[in-house]
Each structure stands twice: as structure tokens, then as C-alpha cells.
Ligand binder design. Sequence first.
Ligand code: KG4
Ligand code: ZN
Length: 345
Amino acid sequence: MISKHEPVVLGIETSCDETGIGIVRGTTLLANVISSSMDQHVRFGGVVPEIAARAHLEALESTLQKALADAGISLKEVDAVAVTNGPGLAGALMVGVGAAKALAIAIDKPIYAVNHLVAHVAVDILERGRLETPTVALLVSGGHTSLLLVRDLLHAVELLGETIDDAAGEAFDKIARVLGLSYPGGPEIDRVAKEGDPKAIRFPRGLTLPKDQEKNRYNFSFSGLKTAVARHVELAESKGEEISIPDVAASFREAVVDALVTKAIHACLDKGVPRLILGGGVVANARLREVAAERCQKEGIELRIPAFSLCTDNGAMIASLGAQKIMAGLSPSDLGFGVYSTLPV
Ligand code: KG4
Ligand code: ZN
């Protein structure tokens, strides 16, 4: 029987292109090691699932050894293993889940399958010792764009909305390509946009019209925005006009950020929740942080932005959620669990 008091949990995350191993003791972070295969995806302009899966296979062992060394513990001291089993890229998830099951059997410890999105929220516990609830969570990365309502981390998490086409990070990556910038596009657009005028071009904010409010109030769409930016660039080129890349980048970034923050704030106000937590790689976006801070302050909403190493995909968030399950007395997963590219929260 595993101790409910400050269990040492090793978390494994392989849902996308980061191989993450994190170790926690209860609510305390002991190690958070990430190995990314991003470099191998650059020439494709996006994550290639097969390449990501192979990279996990190669990176897992060294990432594990480094995490144990950073935590200053041996495998024998691990009380339980936690692993992401969805949502994410199926092949990539299978590598992590296979490794986690083997590890759990080898050290004869229980295993906990963990939902990646809920884990993004659980990471906040490592910074403040507990999760303040209820909270709305806006999770934005290259793989997801989701709005969650968390009343209870283990028992009451509701998916309010998500993207109906591209993820926000994916939109940044695609538009960077249109503008001749390199991959990953988010940091590049952020850099170029600093010199641009965000009001230069009014690009559409997906699903924010009055007609969208009934069915899609909390859903996101970036495909119309993507087309609008591409058309703007093509039209200028066909007329032989020079476009201002900083202006296009700044106006595009403004449209994405406006849609993200508007919907997150709507969720907080509609549901009477005075708290918003951000997660995912797009949280690095300077303008997203700025606008979220401004609007949250105006509405009296507390904004939580975990350290960036805890916002991108990582193993610590998986370990943190695993530890919460153990401390709440939840049973471990049966070894037969599978992976799910879409997995309900
Ligand atoms: O969470 P993350 O590291 O994992 C994956 O989804 O794999 O997120 C990566 C995504 C990429 O699409 C990248 O372009 C985006 O986050 N990103 C940004 C910024 N930095 C990274 N998007 C907007 N602004 C940024 N500064
Ligand atoms: Zn993620």
C-alpha cells in the first residue's frame, strides 16, 4: 500500500515533441527534465508524429537518468509512476506509456494514467502548494487550444470549449511560414511584431460574432484568420506592393490574442469564477501575457501564469497530477490501459 503522505512520483510525458520526465514529492518539485525533438521538425514546419515517436524512444533513458540525478534519488525511492495517456499523438503517447508500464513493473510500484490537459492545470500546485478552485484554464500550444472549467481537479473538470480547426500555436507556425519566418513560428512572430502596429490591419477574430455566441461562445477557430492573412499577403504581392511584415505579424498576433483572452474572460465572468490560469507553449507570447494581465485586472480576475518551464509540455505536471490522485486515495490504473489521441477531461 502506497503512502498517501508526500509520495515520490515520477511523471512521464510524451504526447507531442517534448520528452518530459518530472519527479515530485507530494506538492514539491524535485526535477523537471525536458528533451525536445523540435530541431528535427524544423524542415517540415510542424511536428511529424513518426519522428516525434522515434525521438521519444531515443531520449527517454537519458532524460530519466538526468531527472533522477537532479532529484538526488534512485529509482528505488520512487513510490509511483504517472504517465500521459492522452490526448496527444498516438504513436508518441505509446512510447511513453510503454516505458512507464515497463518501469512500474520493474520497480514493482503502481502506475497512474493521467490526462495531459488536466495535468497542465495541476502544475500550479508545484508553485503554490495547492490549486485554488474554481478556476478557468486556458491551455494553448501547438497541439491544443482548450478552455477548461476546474471546480475540483480530480472530480469536476469540464471542457468548456476548444479549437474547431487549428491550435493557436499551429496558427502561429503556419503564418510564420507565410511571412517567410522560421519554425517554430510563435517566437519569430513575437519578435517581429514588436516593431509593428497591431491596428494596421483588422484581421477576423474567429467565432466572436453575436451569431457564434450560442454554440461557439467558448470554442476557437483560426482557419478564417489564417486565410485572411494569406489573402492579404497574396493580394499585396499580386499588386506589386510591399507589405510590412511587422504590421502583418502584429495584427495577426493581436487577432489571436484578442480571441483567446476574450473567450477566457467570458468563461470566468459567465461562470462566476474569479481565477484564470494559463498553460501551454503559446503562453510565452508577450502580447498574450500583456493583454491577459490587463483584462484580468480590469475584471477583478486573478491571473496565474506558471514559470515557462512548467507551461510547455513537461513531466513535472504529470507527476503533480499523479501525486494528487495518490494523496486523495484514488486507485492506480490497471496495467491494460491504452492511449487516446482524444481523451475527455
Ligand atoms: O507547449 P508547446 O511547447 O508544445 C507543443 O505543442 O508541442 O508549444 C509549442 C507551440 C508552437 O506552436 C510555438 O509556435 C508556440 O507554442 N509558441 C508561441 C510562442 N512561443 C512558442 N506562440 C506564440 N508566441 C510565442 N512567443
Ligand atoms: Zn500540452
